[in-house]
Design a protein around this ligand. Structure first.
Ligand SMILES: *Cc1c(COP(=O)(O)O)cnc(C)c1O
Length: 408
């Protein structure tokens, strides 16, 4: 039997069935009309934001990275909970605008911004996190033509990365950001052009669970911001310290020690150099805010035994849950937390492999896990489905189409 990842502790059962938002998931599936279904819990998102606010220094603003989950009702909920939004495409700009989020709260990072995207962002009044000198030049030409003062920040490619990070976004040659040593010259050029100076964006990695490593990276980001602001000779209005806080997906993973990260950052804020005395700070988080608040539900449509192994075949699969299948940025496939939702508090009775309905051996949701005996009609739950699920999976593969989504 292979281990399953840890089910987030907030989940329990009602009458033996996995509960979300105070109701058994079978009620939500009935309301949705069909499976597969992504269920997102508003209470769990609120609780997560509240825990962050309580642990972090008040001076630190909280941004939501939209790419983790751009579901419109979730964005509307987030709008009342966080201070800002980070987007990474013109499509996401449209999505946040449709959700009624004021463009003044939005910053736009990401390589390969097209001229039309730069134009839409500048017209809307979104902060652009510039990824290169070339992008800066294009943004300035477009703003000039439009007769609009753009708000321009610079994404710095730091010389350090976030240790233990699942996805490294800094350190060495990268398509992201401007190499640190070239930043002061670009700051002077941006400020000299008459643009509104938006400060630095320093993002060093993602999906880290080690609080000491996260604290160390934040300390390095503060030092780098101070040094670059000093060398630029321009006051720093704002600094986005990036994100990095991860969630436990796999056997042996433990949650981030949030209090430790908060304490370390508070200590750093107490002793900031003069050049950062008036700087506003934020962090931007995606999966940490929404990942554990989501559950993916699929129905078992067939149960079969092959060479003595039990296969539970569902109506879901990697076309909605690419990451859980192990095909989104992982080297070795490990099991996400999963369960038989309709027998949530039953004991383990057998080893089974839960697969999707796609005709490819990649389509595994749980490999040789221990489950209660489940049959056709039972619901399977895959946890940690609130981030990089629906929007980061190939929904049109094999003509399957998207899953339903519900915020409850
Ligand atoms: C993807 C991304 C994030 C969010 O990362 P999470 O791991 O979901 O917190 C934040 N900022 C930038 C620039 C990103 O590219």
């Amino acid at each position: 039997m292979k281990a399953l990842g840890p089910i987030p502790s907030a989940y329990g059962a009602i009458d033996g069935v996995l509960a979300v938002g105070g109701k058994p998931v079978t009620d939500w599936v009935e309301q949705a009309g069909s499976t597969p279904l992504f269920l997102y819990s508003a209470d769990l998102v609120r609780a997560r934001v509240a825990a962050l606010r309580a642990a972090m220094p008040e001076r630190l603003a909280l941004h939501y990275a939209v790419k983790a989950n751009p579901f419109a009702p979730l964005l509307s909920l987030m709008s009342g909970l966080v201070d800002g939004f980070d987007i990474a495409s013109g499509g996401e700009l449209q999505i946040v605008r449709d959700a009624g989020i004021a463009p003044g709260r939005v910053s736009f990072a990401g390589p390969g911004k097209r001229d039309a995207e730069l134009e839409a962002a500048i017209l809307a009044g979104v902060t652009l996190n510039l990824e290169s000198e070339g992008e800066a030049a294009r943004a300035l030409v477009i703003a000039e033509r439009l007769g609009v003062t753009p708000r321009l920040a610079i994404r710095v490619n730091p010389a350090f990365d976030l240790k233990g990070s699942g996805m490294k976004m800094g350190g060495g040659a990268k398509p992201f950001g401007v190499d640190a040593e070239r930043v002061p010259a670009l700051v002077r050029e941006v400020v000299g052009s008459g643009a509104e100076w938006g400060g630095f964006h320093i993002f060093a990695g993602s999906q880290a669970l080690d609080a000491e490593a996260i604290a160390e990276t934040q300390a390095q980001a503060l030092e780098l911001a101070a040094r670059l602001a000093g060398e630029s000779g321009v006051p720093l209005p704002h600094c986005n310290l990036g994100g990095g806080l991860g969630i436990p997906y796999f056997p042996g993973d433990a949650p981030v020690d949030l209090d430790l990260v908060g304490q370390r950052l508070a200590e750093r804020f107490e002793s900031l150099p003069d050049v950062l005395a008036d700087t506003a700070f934020c962090i931007e988080l995606g999966r940490y805010l929404v990942g554990e608040a989501g559950v993916y539900l699929a129905r078992i449509v067939d149960r079969k035994v092959s060479h003595g192994e039990v296969f539970l075949i569902t109506d879901g699969g990697l076309h909605h849950q690419l990451a859980a299948s192990g095909n989104f940025g992982t080297v070795v496939r490990r099991n996400y937390p999963s369960a038989i939702a309709t027998r949530f508090d039953a004991a383990v009775e057998e080893e089974a492999t839960i697969v999707g309905c796609l005709c490819t051996p990649l389509d595994k949701l749980a490999d040789k896990g221990g489950f209660p005996r489940a049959d056709v009609g039972d619901l399977v739950a895959v946890f940690c489905a609130g981030a990089y699920g629906a929007s980061a999976s190939p929904a049109s593969f094999l003509g399957q189409g998207p899953a339903r989504e519900m915020l409850v």
